[in-house]
Design a protein around this ligand. Structure first.
Ligand SMILES: NC(=O)c1ccc[n+]([C@@H]2O[C@H](COP(=O)([O-])OP(=O)(O)OC[C@H]3O[C@@H](n4cnc5c(N)ncnc54)[C@H](OP(=O)(O)O)[C@@H]3O)[C@@H](O)[C@H]2O)c1
Length: 346
């Protein structure tokens, strides 16, 4: 039996994504074969495609992108323990980091998380990278308390909208930077928009709040990190997690990646100053490797919030697997609001 997947043929632009057909993969002894229903498309995929994401630095082409997937258990390896809960037909979620742009993927059985029945697989897949990142930054990194005041950068983006939705559930006082044309999205999610292009966000936050915020979530990186730190009030936490500002005309600038690393080194030294403010780097993959149970617990909790309609991911587009390059081009334009999802099997 044949199956399709999209490969990065060589590092570079979206034109280097190719659809190939090959023999359907067989699960190794401790693996489960998943028939993928949906795969998320993210900025991290674009960084990986260009070979500049830390997770792609030691990777060789060709390989398949795809950080997060939802699918159906299709076949069990012969050493998957019989006490293990997976059965053919179960709906599962995973964060494989690579390999999601495919019809089938084999994964270690202990990497899968159960998806409650009845959930839309497009909404469910949005919980994995964006919402788990947002949830863990709020609760595991910043240890946010009800009623605190936060600043969210890229507030109309995938992680930004997830932060606002989860922050609203905790009654947070929220500010969000975004382009002017995305202000309505931020307001609708109870964030107070700050147009970072026509104003200085540090001055704006201090003007609007008086003494700053309890936490900033910065997926922009480079020089934004130090400026974000300046918006913190006493006891404030800066959680940094991305390379958003390295994108220019849809491509990542090598010198800006280096600049991001240097800015990080600089901003982390601020932790040596005894002024009760903290800088905290966040990486979903690092935390998952260190604390796999947290990933499972947090994703379960998010699925439950989704079942109860307490959160609602914004879906920018549903695109067939064979149009993955189109999905990347769309994301690279910077006008996308919410999550782009690939439909891998109908
Ligand atoms: N560390 C981790 O574990 C982790 C996990 C997930 C994502 N990430 C990273 O987090 C970042 C955001 O991901 P995402 O999926 O939310 O991306 P996204 O959906 O593309 O959103 C990014 C948003 O940032 C806005 N933006 C761009 N430059 C900005 C600036 N200078 N100031 C304020 N906003 C700006 C963009 O829109 P406008 O400028 O038009 O408003 C866009 O809405 C990416 O770098 C991604 O790789 C990291």
């Amino acid at each position: 039996m044949k199956s399709k997947r999209v490969i990065v043929y060589k590092f570079g632009g979206a034109e280097n994504l190719r659809l190939i057909e090959e023999v359907i993969p067989e699960p190794c002894a401790d693996e489960v074969r998943v028939k993928i229903l949906t795969a998320g498309v993210s900025l991290a995929d674009i960084l990986m495609r260009e070979g500049v994401h830390p997770e792609s630095l030691f990777k060789r082409t060709p390989f398949s992108l795809g950080w997060d997937i939802v699918g159906i258990v299709d076949k069990l390896g012969n050493k998957v323990p019989s006490t293990n809960r997976w059965r053919i037909g179960d709906i599962v979620a995973a964060l494989p980091i690579v390999g999601g742009y495919a019809e089938y993927l084999c994964l270690p059985y202990n990497q899968l998380v159960s998806v409650p029945s009845g959930l839309d697989s497009v909404e469910a897949v949005s919980m994995i990278l964006n919402y788990t990142t947002a949830y863990q930054m709020l609760h595991r990194s910043a240890r946010i308390k009800s009623g605190e005041r936060i600043l969210v950068h890229g507030a109309a983006g995938g992680v930004g909208t997830a932060l606002l939705q989860l922050g609203k559930l905790m009654g947070l006082d929220m500010y969000g930077t975004c382009s002017r044309n995305k202000e309505k999205v931020v307001s609708a999610l109870c964030g107070k928009p700050i147009d970072y292009k026509s104003s200085n966000f540090v001055q704006e936050v201090l003007r609007l709040t008086g003494d700053g915020v309890d936490a900033v979530f910065d997926g922009i990186g480079t020089k934004s990190l130090l400026r974000s730190y300046k918006t913190l009030r006493k006891g404030g936490r800066l959680v940094g997690y991305g390379f958003g500002s390295t994108l220019k005309d849809g491509h990542h600038q090598g010198y800006q990646i280096l600049s991001n690393v240097l800015n990080w080194a600089n901003v982390l030294t601020l932790n040596l100053i005894p002024n009760s403010r903290k800088v905290i780097p966040y990486s979903i993959q690092t935390l998952k490797r260190r604390k796999p149970n947290w990933f499972r617990e947090d994703l379960n909790l998010l699925f439950n919030l989704l079942v109860q309609d307490k959160i609602k991911p914004i879906i920018a587009a549903r695109i067939p697997l064979n149009e993955a390059a189109k999905a990347h081009e769309l994301l690279e334009k910077g006008s996308v609001i919410g999550k782009i999802v690939l439909i891998c099997n109908l």
